[in-house]
Every structure is written in structure tokens, then in C-alpha cells.
Write a protein that binds this ligand. Structure first.
Ligand SMILES: [Zn+2]
Length: 95
């Protein structure tokens, strides 16, 4: 299967964005290590759900990933299939 050019660009953007987020998370962890414990924290996860009943498996920390997966679901279906809705949830995660 051929990967469209724009998809390659999106993937590159996600990689760059992910690196920035990881660096920021490391900085956050370093700055709060003295004052806070490692209790549960809220994190945003992105999901998608489609009118046909299909939905994402698990959450994604990056909205662009959820949007891409939603787009791929639409591509796999026949022409005219609706674009799934992308939405976010806040979930507690252990650090
Ligand atoms: Zn669908």
C-alpha cells in the first residue's frame, strides 16, 4: 500500500511534536520532584467514534494520532462513509 505524501508529513510532525512533549514532561518531572509525590495525575486522551458503531481502541495522547486513525477508518470504508468524531477524555494516570 502506498503512503500518501501528506501522511508522511503528518507522521514527521507527530514525531517532532512527540519529542517536544517528552522533553517538556521530563522538565516537569524534574521541577516537581521535590515538592510533589508520584500520585495519579490527569492526562488527556484522544479517541474517535463513528456513526457506524466503530470506535478507537484505547486512548491516544496525541490528537493528531486519533484524527489520523479516524481518517484511516473512513478510508477503509466505501466512498461516502462519514468521518468519525474525534473527542477527548481526561483520565487519571500513575506517573
Ligand atoms: Zn464508520
Amino acid at each position: 500500500m502506498e503512503i500518501p505524501r501528506w501522511a508522511a508529513r503528518v507522521t514527521a510532525a507527530v514525531v517532532v511534536g512527540g519529542a517536544l512533549i517528552i522533553r517538556r514532561a521530563l522538565q516537569d518531572a524534574a521541577s516537581r520532584s521535590d515538592t510533589e509525590g508520584s500520585g495519579p495525575r490527569k492526562q488527556t486522551f484522544w479517541h474517535w467514534r463513528c456513526e457506524c458503531g466503530a470506535h478507537s481502541r484505547g486512548g491516544d495522547p496525541f490528537k493528531s494520532d486519533a484524527e489520523y486513525n479516524a481518517q484511516r477508518h473512513q478510508w477503509r470504508k466505501e466512498k461516502g462513509h462519514p468521518m468519525p468524531e474525534v473527542y477527548s477524555t481526561e483520565e487519571e494516570v500513575e506517573w
